[in-house]
Ligand binder design. Sequence first.
Ligand SMILES: Cc1cc2nc3c(=O)[nH]c(=O)nc-3n(C[C@H](O)[C@H](O)[C@H](O)COP(=O)(O)OP(=O)(O)OC[C@H]3O[C@@H](n4cnc5c(N)ncnc54)[C@H](O)[C@@H]3O)c2cc1C
Ligand SMILES: Cc1cc2nc3c(=O)[nH]c(=O)nc-3n(C[C@H](O)[C@H](O)[C@H](O)COP(=O)(O)O)c2cc1C
Length: 614
Amino acid sequence: MPESKSILILYGSQSGNSEEIAIQAGKSSSEYGLKPTVRGMDEVDIASIKEHTRLLICCSTWGDGEQPDNAEDLWEAANSGAISSLEGLNFSVLALGDTSYDLFCESGKEWDKWLESKGANRVLARVDCDVEFEEPAEEWTKSVLEIMSKIEDAPVAEANVPAEEDAIDITTPMVAEKDVKETSAPLPAKSEWSAKNPFSTIISENYVLNGEGSRKETRHVVFQLKDSGLTYKAGDALGVVPQCPPELVNEILSLCGFSGEEEVDTHLGLCTIREALTTRYEIHRVSKKWLKGLHERAGESSGKVEIKIVGRKRYSSTDGSLILDWKSTQDSDLPEGYVEIGDFEDNSAILLHELTSDTDSMEDYIWSRDYVDALGDFRRVGFTPQQLINGMDRLKPRLYSIASSPDFETGTVHLTVAIVRYNHHDRDRTGLCTGFMADRCDTNATQVGVYMSPTRSFVLPEDGSKDIIMVGPGTGIAPFRAFLQQREIDSSSGRNWLFFGDWTEEGEYLYREEMEDWKKRGIITRQDLAWSRQGDEKVYVQHLMERNGEEIWNWIDNGAYFYVCGDKQYMAKDVHSTLIGICVKFGNMTPEEAKDFVETGLMKTEKRYLRDVY
Ligand SMILES: Cc1cc2nc3c(=O)[nH]c(=O)nc-3n(C[C@H](O)[C@H](O)[C@H](O)COP(=O)(O)OP(=O)(O)OC[C@H]3O[C@@H](n4cnc5c(N)ncnc54)[C@H](O)[C@@H]3O)c2cc1C
Ligand SMILES: Cc1cc2nc3c(=O)[nH]c(=O)nc-3n(C[C@H](O)[C@H](O)[C@H](O)COP(=O)(O)O)c2cc1C
């Protein structure tokens, strides 16, 4: 039975954001006199929710509007009809998502609606967070804990006795109680290997797929699975844990005058500052939180003596006439252009003031700068090793769609990786993980942490006789190479139609030989190639879909599956609207009917329009 003033905080999380918020909310709740139990959604029984008076849910959305993996089973159980009423339960939901996906914060919305439908009391409206979730999450946490702390415990009988019609035995104990600190330890993973406990392996092949003269660098990277016991299926993704560039670590240490051996306290426990900068934080991009922390520190150090400016006069140095006569009218009044000067030199203080007061300036600044740039700009500020890491973004693994079938490429996982390279402020830079794989992983030598991220939705039809249409320009080809290998090895009789494209045939026709061979042998039934920088006309995959609209409609009408992989910002959106257009034109539907057919019929009900977009 939960203690008095207890609060259950559940997280549905795949890459750790909702988990972090839930753990933080757990830590803060004691300040409000609440006794927290923080759990992953895969660690509780749906019936146990009924035992509580207070419930917080932090849940992200994955795939195409789906529950994160650790929430799937609980969501299924919630919808099994096992719970008839949650009256007496007080709740609020924090939904994490990304507005660039069509189904924004869908999972959080689903939980919110479900709890309401069961008669639970929503004490604070759901908050839907976009990519920048930190501030709204903090505000939600503070507000909801304040409200929850004022709610009295429900009488024991009401909170604990199951309604007679409830099918589940609610005396089923929850998993062993853990305190809040313990919850930041690795989750009991389904596979032994996870983002927090990756399998350490080597890259055995790593080569550029582009033709000579291409301005792109797309690599084929092969990891060994050795005796890990890791398994996967075509459609899954691989998580890769990068390490920061040693030159950047050394430069930061030298700018701060640290030896590298100083001990710091991180989210993963104590370690040297060198280790922290190498494996625990993202040092290739300065974070907003770090800059804001610097601003607060500047405020602190200049705040020992309070000075209020009540007026300011300025006279011309040439003729002595009065050119400024300003008087304070309110406490917050400051003359135009005034910047408080702390321990920083003027320019640093002005820059920091500008960054923290103007969102666009902040975005602009962090887009092109790392900590070497920032330490240069704020060189007069002193840092202890701990102050240096406070506010830095935690290092996160990156996901890559797997480009191989486990049956075809036994014991290995293949990826198709677009290397991110750019130059800012006269220094060459790379994306963290792609730079790591391209420049700092010696073949058959460097140890790299990996884990599997299985998909439930982006899978081949069980029935191999079904036709499939695959749209995957650029690195979007990756899972389709896996699909084609799988369809070949399974001798699936269904037809395979591939839409691929990139800049030019010469430079960016990825896996050309394999594709040509598959075409020759009839594994690829149809192939349409779109080159956007070849010839006068910019041709993209959606243009080729349009040209083949009638045929696509015939395939779909005949039960074909439609897959899209790659860029979510533009490509996936254009392909989506083109598909709707095809249904209007050749399926004899109104635009509204076609939209419903694609978004509800194909995507949700029949699940044969599937996307893996990023
Ligand atoms: C499910 C899934 C599957 C994926 N599959 C693949 C795949 O098969 N192949 C693949 O290559 N990627 C794939 N990705 C993307 C991959 O996870 C990484 O995001 C990508 O490789 C970049 O990682 P990085 O660490 O090198 O770059 P980061 O260090 O994370 O930096 C990337 C960021 O750099 C920024 N950037 C780019 N150019 C510039 C510039 N000129 N100036 C400043 N900033 C810039 C971009 O905004 C981008 O956000 C997938 C992602 C997901 C979620
Ligand atoms: C492959 C992928 C698919 C996603 N799909 C959606 C989506 O359909 N809708 C949405 O709102 N957000 C989507 N997101 C964004 C995540 O919900 C967001 O990154 C969130 O902060 C992740 O939180 P978590 O670490 O707790 O899982 C997706 C992110 C990725 C990487």
